[in-house]
Design a binder for this molecule. Structure first.
Ligand code: AMP
Ligand code: GLY
Length: 425
């Protein structure tokens, strides 16, 4: 089978790496890919958001299955476009991508289907939002409706901070049209954990849990990033909680999508928070997490390809549930100095060959490029140092061993990935 992966980050390298192990794979293409992906797939210089160029490429090359990594093309309607042309693609249509693309829509969807989430109000004008903020209690959470590259959520400690957030989002339009509407919601307290499910539109399979580290600095301090590291499974999600997630969250969400006539075939990524009042949904994403994919997919014992292929065909009934390794995995993200702010590119990366010699470990490339026969940095998040082992301690140790082998000027990574889980097993 010839497969096209859309995207070019660490998540896509992980998808390519896992699919390359499938006996059914003939050739993998990746658009646009990166220097690490180039060793396993043919990289195609098409932007991940150029959905019509992707559709034409897939048609011309006779691609059997396209798999979408990031959210932007899903919101652009890449799945709808491929399906209109009779081309197989794994991902939700635009109507389903709204679970991530519109926080207003997602919150209202959860209300319609009794999915537990923070209490909320929706505002179309700044005046109404300011009036509400004068009455409410703090902290409170202000969220831009649309996609805002992970920056559209502000936790406000007082009226001034909340009002500034409303002013920035709705009046200064710092996120453009994504700020035409906002959600203001109840602040929830608790440990966060992510759960992933794959669905063919009729049934679903749940993947192991994972925990991300969003803040740039150790101890969860500093600005949020795309994710600085992850581990799987998340020991905090005990069996009892897993049952609650199925019963109170995944089942009503998938039933709700079906009841509303949304043919959702793809990944659902649920950001959860474990509060005193039970488990609640913070947000949905309609794709694999990055770097969560880097820790979940290496733990999959079975072949990923049949799940994606039959998922895209709405045909899960012919597949066996996936099998998993009973191990722990950890990913430490190596980033460019300055990220998530401005950073330099083009720094030569050394030590990748040494790292490749390590067992049960792999360095996934995120922002890398090939320049004059050398691999150089080309993004904020550069590499995902990933390792797995029989215990979380051993996996953490191995991931950090990789950090001793790999160097580039200005390399920065958190030193405390998974430390919290090691403290409270
Ligand atoms: P979201 O993009 O909605 O997941 O928000 C990003 C981050 O903001 C989450 O991972 C949480 O850390 C935080 N957050 C979002 N909503 C809430 C809430 N209602 N209460 C507390 N923290 C929140
Ligand atoms: N790591 C969080 C995300 O992929 O959205």
């Amino acid at each position: 089978m010839d497969v096209l992966i859309v995207g070019g980050g660490g998540r896509e390298h992980t998808l390519v790496w896992k699919l390359a192990q499938s006996p059914e794979i003939h050739k993998i293409y990746c658009a646009p890919g990166n220097a690490g992906i180039a060793s396993l797939a043919e990289c195609v210089p098409i932007d991940a958001s150029d959905v019509s160029a992707l559709q034409q490429f897939a048609r011309d090359r006779g691609i059997h299955l396209t798999v979408v990594g990031p959210e932007a093309p899903l919101m652009e309607g890449i799945v709808d476009l491929f399906q209109e042309n009779g081309q197989l693609i794994f991902g939700p249509p635009r109507s389903g991508a709204l679970l991530e693309g519109s926080k207003v829509w997602a919150k209202q969807f959860m209300s319609r289907h009794q999915v537990p989430t923070a209490k909320f109000e929706v505002f179309d004008t700044p005046e109404e939002a300011y009036a509400y903020l004068r009455e409410t209690s703090f902290p409170t959470v202000v969220k831009a409706d649309g996609l805002a590259a992970g920056k559209g959520v502000i936790i406000a400690e007082n009226f001034e901070e909340a009002a500034r957030a409303v002013q920035q989002i709705m009046e200064a339009k710092v996120f453009g049209a994504a700020g035409n509407r906002i959600v203001i919601e109840e602040f929830l307290q608790g440990e966060e954990v992510s759960v992933f499910a794959l669905t063919d539109g009729a049934s679903y399979v749940t993947l192991p849990s994972a925990q991300d580290h969003k803040a740039i600095y150790d101890g969860d301090r500093g600005p949020n990033t795309g994710g600085m590291g992850a581990y799987s499974p998340a020991p905090i999600l005990s069996k009892k909680y897993q049952e609650d997630v199925e019963r109170f969250i995944l089942e009503p969400v998938f039933q709700g999508l079906a009841a509303e006539g949304i043919p959702y075939r793809g990944v659902l990524f649920v950001g959860l928070i474990m509060t005193q009042q039970g488990i609640k949904v913070l947000e949905f994403n309609v794709r694999f997490g990055d770097p969560e994919a880097q820790v979940i997919l290496p733990r999959m014992k079975s072949d990923l390809l049949p799940l994606l292929y039959e998922g895209a065909r709405g045909n899960f009934r012919v597949i066996e549930p996936p099998e998993w390794h009973e191990n722990y995995s950890v990913c430490v993200v190596m980033a460019s100095e300055g990220y998530p702010g401005a950073y330099e590119k083009g720094k030569v990366i050394t030590g990748l060959a040494e790292a490749a010699g390590m067992d049960q470990a792999v360095v996934f490339h995120a922002g890398t490029a090939l320049q004059d026969n050398q691999i150089v940095t080309a993004g904020g998040r550069v590499l995902g140092l990933t390792a797995w082992d029989h215990s979380l301690e051993a996996a953490v140790e191995k991931a950090y061993e990789l950090s001793g082998l790999i160097h580039f000027e200005g390399a920065y990574y958190r030193r405390d990935i998974a430390r919290r889980a090691l403290k409270n097993p």
